[in-house]
Design a protein around this ligand. Structure first.
Ligand code: CAA
Length: 410
């Protein structure tokens, strides 16, 4: 059945913290061969949020940017969803702070979604349903993924940290990516691969098991989306995945190719191995630069890869088909197909966060560790000064007074 009108992603923007850690510095401090982080995990830097930068401030920054870059009046937004697993309150949604700070219309449906790294995909597909049902009445949805990945000092997960927000406009006749609803496949299974108990600031992970859970979820969600097709990759110009660390995308692509070939691919079989490397080099690697520079931003990481693709190849890949895979530990997953619009190339420059990344400050490992320890108590401090963390010119969390969080533009 043909859809009455295409629905999908109409605008995208990224915003992240002002500082980062270089993984070569971290490797040296932890006594690890830097190649483990750069080649083994595929990561080069990780964005580090100071105690004054939280899920709210990053979401507001990304939201304001997407509205401005894609010329949208805030009054046009009829749904606001913030996907996050690192919210700032057990009850009050991040989305309500964001709604206020972006000056959105009161006639707006606003909520937060949590399912580990899957929250933003849940927001995207639910916004698409909202539009397709007719309930949107011409209004647009704003979906924002915002997270701080924090595993703790000296843990195996430490080099796979990061922080940032991706804001997406969702609309009919989208300007960037059409998503085919009939191609959406889903998967859910109760597993303990990664979680964060209520008492902990830090995520817990059964690392190697989480990789297996991710790959099993990919296989199952893809099968739900497109059945046992063995000729899909040939039609795709890009395969985008949830990226907890860049090398995970290689493992995911290997699993997809193995499904199509009906057999395991091994380094000992040079022909198959080259086929995998060629396919990965064409369909995945070019769109993982931002992920390697920023790290895991949990629910936004798939969409960070989409920004990378559209800023580099929006025009070149106009009209071409791509796949998207979102994985949330615990676990839930969605696999779907999308088509890059004919006009996507017009937005390449506006999508590019290079200037923002170039302005970031490189932290020494001492500064990074100080920041992490300070973050443990930030929710309870009455007053925080952004100056202490070298911050200016933005919206910041400035402390909790009378049990209420305060945000101020500095
Ligand atoms: N030079 C080059 N490569 C090296 C190396 C060296 N000197 N030393 C090790 N490597 C390679 C290893 O061979 C390995 O590669 P392969 O997996 O391809 O074999 C890679 O570097 C990592 O090494 P280890 O597996 O030994 O690393 P580890 O066990 O210390 O930690 C990790 C890896 C499990 C991913 C850990 O960082 C972690 O727990 N991360 C958090 C959990 C996570 O990201 N899970 C991903 C799936 S779940 C998900 O996607 C949701 C989410 O966002 C969290």
């Amino acid at each position: 059945m043909t859809e009455p009108f295409p629905v999908g992603i109409d605008g995208l923007a990224f915003a992240g913290p002002a500082a980062y850690v270089d993984l070569a510095d971290l490797a040296q401090a932890r006594g690890v061969d830097p190649a483990k982080f750069t080649r083994g995990l595929g990561q080069h830097r990780m964005a580090i949020a100071s105690p004054c930068e939280d899920t709210v401030t990053m979401a507001v920054e990304a939201g304001a940017q997407v509205l401005q870059a894609f010329d949208i009046d805030p009054a046009e937004i009829g749904t606001l969803i913030v996907g996050t697993e690192t919210g700032v309150d057990h009850s009050k949604p991040v989305a309500v702070y964001v709604h206020d700070l972006l000056g959105l219309n009161e006639r707006c449906r606003t909520f937060e979604t949590k399912h580990a790294c899957y929250g933003a995909m849940a927001g995207l597909t639910s916004s698409m349903d909202w539009i397709a049902s007719g309930r949107a009445r011409g209004r647009k949805a704003l979906v924002i993924a915002s997270d701080i990945a924090n595993y703790g000092l000296g843990t195996p997960g430490e080099p796979t940290q990061g922080a940032g927000a991706v804001a997406m406009l969702v609309d009919r006749q989208p300007r960037l990516l059409e998503i085919q609803p009939a191609s959406i496949g889903d998967y859910t299974r109760q597993v303990m691969d990664f979680w964060r108990p209520l008492y902990s600031k830090y995520a817990l992970a059964d690392g190697q098991y989480s990789i297996q859970c991710y790959l099993d979820a990919l296989a199952a969600a893809r099968e739900d989306a497109v059945g046992s097709r063995q000729d899909l990759l040939g039609e795709l110009q890009a395969c985008l995945y949830h990226v907890p660390f860049v090398r995970m995308a290689f493992k995911a692509h290997q699993r997809e190719l193995e499904m199509e070939m009906g057999q395991a691919i091994s380094k000992d079989e040079p022909e198959q191995w080259h086929q995998l490397q060629d396919s990965y080099a064409k369909r995945c690697a070019p769109w993982l630069t931002l992920n390697a520079e920023i790290g895991n931003i949990y629910t936004g990481s798939l969409f960070l890869s989409l920004i990378d693709l559209l800023r580099k190849a929006g025009s070149k890949l106009a009209g071409q088909q791509v796949s998207l895979f979102s994985y949330g530990s615990g676990c839930g997953a969605t696999y779907c197909l999308g088509k890059i619009t004919e006009c996507a190339g017009e937005w390449e420059a506006r999508l590019d966060p290079s200037a923002q990344l170039a302005a970031r400050r490189r932290l020494s490992i001492d500064e990074y560790e100080y920041m992490v320890r300070a973050g443990e108590h930030a929710d309870r401090l009455e007053s925080l000064n952004p100056d202490d963390y070298g911050l200016s010119g933005g919206l910041y969390y400035t402390g909790t007074r009378d049990d209420r969080r305060h945000y101020e533009s500095v």
